[in-house]
Design a protein around this ligand. Structure first.
Ligand SMILES: C[S@@+](CC[C@H](N)C(=O)[O-])C[C@H]1O[C@@H](n2cnc3c(N)ncnc32)[C@H](O)[C@@H]1O
Length: 253
């Protein structure tokens, strides 16, 4: 089968995806622990396979030692170059696209892949990947991974949105607007749920200025949002990492 998708820029960096990897270890722990075959696909690993290598090492250390990661790339040259980093059976690199090369992973991580597609291609890509039964974590981050956002998607559609930032580098949460997942980035306009969400976060941040550092300010801002009735997920242990997860903020089509 011809891999579904198109070759795009391969920009990546060591440690770029550490924030999302930490989240996957938390959010997908039970899914992976209960799976007969704890297979994870890293879709679109890029010009070098470094973030796929890191994903396998992190999940093996934090969740279960036999987690296997298959890095899929639509660019055959990148697949060939990655072979020197392979360590089968727990770490392999193959050619594949949104159809996931016939694999049936428990989890798919697809970071900085869909941002280079048109918005109207996102729903199909999500559907194709989650039709395999996989839980999909799909999003966007800056080049060094200091600011990131991602969607959790299953076969019934998008479930949650997570905003995540290295708090020591976060000047203002308005910055999240530039790094929203493709499905939301063009919807950050008045009247849209994602715009309301970012506006509430900015307001809570501005109202939480105080003598303490950015971590305390972030914690206070997230708590303020919850107190105002925003359905913020998880608790302080996640919030203090610079994370905020809410139900998917978009109207159902
Ligand atoms: C910007 S890189 C992202 C690398 C890495 N995931 C990261 O976040 O640092 C995007 C990669 O996705 C690949 N890609 C794009 N569409 C794809 C698809 N449908 N299936 C597999 N790989 C794809 C591109 O060829 C490119 O190498």
């Amino acid at each position: 089968m011809k891999p579904l998708g198109a070759v795009t820029r391969g920009t990546t960096n060591p440690n770029r995806l550490r924030r999302v990897d930490n989240f996957i270890a938390y959010r997908c722990r039970d899914l992976l622990a209960d799976a007969a075959v704890p297979l994870v696909v890293d879709l679109g690993f890029g010009a070098t396979p470094v973030t796929a290598v890191e994903l396998q090492a992190r999940l093996a250390a934090a969740v279960r030692a036999d987690v296997a990661v298959v890095g899929l790339e639509i660019d055959p040259v990148r697949v060939a170059d990655a072979q020197q980093s392979a360590a089968p059976p727990l770490l392999q690199f193959r050619r594949g696209g949104f159809e996931l090369a016939g694999l049936r992973p428990v989890v798919v991580r697809a970071m900085n892949v869909l941002r280079q597609y048109a918005e109207d291609e996102v729903a199909d890509a999500w559907r194709t990947m989650t039709a395999t039964g996989a839980f999909l974590v799909e999003g966007t981050c800056d080049e060094l991974g200091r600011i990131a956002t991602w969607a959790c998607v299953d076969a019934s559609g998008p479930r949650t949105l997570t905003l995540s930032a290295r708090l020591s580098d976060l000047d203002h949460p308005a910055t999240f607007a530039e790094r929203l997942p493709k499905a939301l980035i063009h919807h950050n306009v008045p009247g849209e749920p994602v715009h309301e969400l970012l506006r509430a976060l900015v307001k809570a941040w501005d109202a939480s200025a105080g003598p303490f550092g950015r971590r305390q300010r972030w914690l206070a801002a997230v708590q303020r949002m919850r107190d105002e009735g925003w359905p913020v997920r998880d608790g302080r242990a996640r919030w203090r990492l610079g994370e905020l997860t809410v139900p998917w903020p978009a109207r159902r089509p």
